[in-house]
Design a protein around this ligand. Structure first.
Ligand SMILES: [Zn+2]
Length: 434
């Protein structure tokens, strides 16, 4: 497994099915399909020529259409509140908000909140610890003119949002290219002012134990972190995972004892053929299944097999991602100041925002290399700004250029690399996301 950490450098718009005409919403997490798309674009930019044909590209297929599975990213491992968790319906204060009862482990929930006596209600599968910002603008008609008095609202996850999650693949094998350095990726971004994120990846050992397995009760609690697409024996949509497949994976017979589930739909876009994928009935992320073992108990290897495999159909697209760990209420950060970008990142975001990444990147790399080998750079920031192609830049953009060419050599090199990654990721997605 590979642990992925993502830091949003710009606001993220991650498509959601909740869109109404006047509202474009965003997911509160990064779907595995979005992570997969972003890494596919990055891989193509680094390993293949522009406009690659991936239809017969075996390595691309193996990475992105086959063996490797891309999990969803959340603000923390416990951020998705499972549907089996009950809480105070009118949680007005922190004491009420802290009350939670997980019916998958602890039986039926009490009827009333032990703190205030209000009714309790089941989780709807919300994501804790993520902030949403809204931009409301005048709606434009097809000629980009303001339509009469109509407003629309676009929701986004603000810059500074952080996510974490897993990829099922070999960090010493097919995914070695990913774990080397931090990368700039585009998450759901369609324009120069959104979608940019820094991604880092490292190997992570599989967990030594699965706390969702309660051996003395002969039960295993399985939580979906992504939608699950299940069918019955004749291929009709189902609310429940296939017990035959579960039994084979776990190595012992298994039955579904209880389910806490909500319906949803999963659609998608097939990047290679540029065609929509079919819309499937699915069980929503946050759904919980309680499995029962009447004969024999699974061993750790069996549990690990299930954890790594996930459940249901269309898993390559990020569906059916599960956890076998008991949910714990996440420790919510106090509403303090958001983490600041470091100075190089700040400058990087400015530069790509001004659209001058391609203008500056070669000069900057050359200049950083000169400084690196100890030679006095042959040109100062002012010499560079005197070049033809910098003359027409706005004063603010010229300030950003000046700041870049006064960085220490290491920082300048890092900035050049960030811009380079960004430009390549941007180029390789162009034309496929009209
Ligand atoms: Zn209460």
């Amino acid at each position: 497994m590979i642990r992925v950490e993502v830091f949003a450098e710009q606001p993220l718009h991650l498509g959601s099915q909740l869109d109404a005409g006047w509202l474009t919403d965003t997911h509160r997490f990064v779907p595995g399909s979005v992570l997969r798309g972003a890494l596919a674009a990055l891989w193509l930019a680094e390993h293949r020529p522009p406009k690659p044909d991936t239809t017969s590209d075996m390595e691309f297929q193996r990475l992105f259409e086959g063996g490797v599975r891309f999990g969803p990213l959340y603000p923390s491992d416990n951020a998705l509140r499972p549907l089996s968790v009950f809480g105070c319906k009118y949680a007005d204060d922190d004491t009420c908000r802290r009350f939670s009862h997980d019916a998958a482990f602890d039986g039926a929930a009490p009827a009333a909140c032990p703190v205030c006596g209000s009714p309790v209600e089941a989780s709807k599968g919300g994501v804790d610890g993520v902030r949403i910002v809204e931009h409301t603008r005048v709606q434009l008609d097809e000629h980009e003119r303001a339509a009469d008095g109509q407003l629309y609202t676009r929701r986004a996850l603000p810059a500074g949002t952080q996510f974490t999650g897993l990829i099922d693949g070999d960090p010493d094998g097919e995914l070695a290219w990913l774990v080397q350095t931090e990368r700039s990726v585009l998450l759901g971004g369609r324009r120069s002012t959104s979608g940019l994120a820094t991604l880092s990846a490292r190997a992570e050992a599989s967990p030594p134990s699965f706390t969702g397995f309660v051996s003395d009760q002969r039960r295993l609690v399985v939580r979906l972190l992504a939608p699950g697409i299940f069918v019955d024996t004749v291929g009709r949509p189902s609310w429940l995972p296939d017990v035959t497949e579960l039994s084979v994976t776990l190595g012992v017979p298994v039955a579904v004892d209880a389910a806490f589930a909500r319906p949803t739909f999963v659609s998608g876009w097939h990047a290679v053929s540029n065609l929509p994928k079919p819309r499937d009935f699915a069980v929503a992320a946050g759904s919980v299944f309680v499995l029962r073992f009447d004969a024999g108990l699974p061993d750790h290897a069996g549990l690990r097999r299930l954890w790594q495999a996930g459940l249901g159909l269309r898993r390559t697209e990020g569906n059916g991602w599960i956890t076998l760990q008991r949910w714990n209420p996440p420790v919510l950060p106090s509403a303090g100041p958001k983490p600041a970008l470091d100075a190089v990142h700040e400058l990087f975001v400015q530069i790509v925002g001004y659209g001058i990444g391609p203008t500056i990147v070669d000069d900057l790399r050359g200049w950083a290399q000169q400084r690196h080998v100890g030679a006095a750079p042959s040109s100062t920031a002012e010499d560079i700004l005197a070049k033809q192609r910098y003359l027409l830049l706005s004063p603010a953009a010229r300030d950003a250029v000046r700041a870049a060419f006064t960085l220490p050599a290491d920082d300048a090199e890092r900035l050049a690399r960030l811009i380079n990654d960004w430009t390549r990721a941007r180029t390789s997605t162009r034309g496929r996301t009209a």
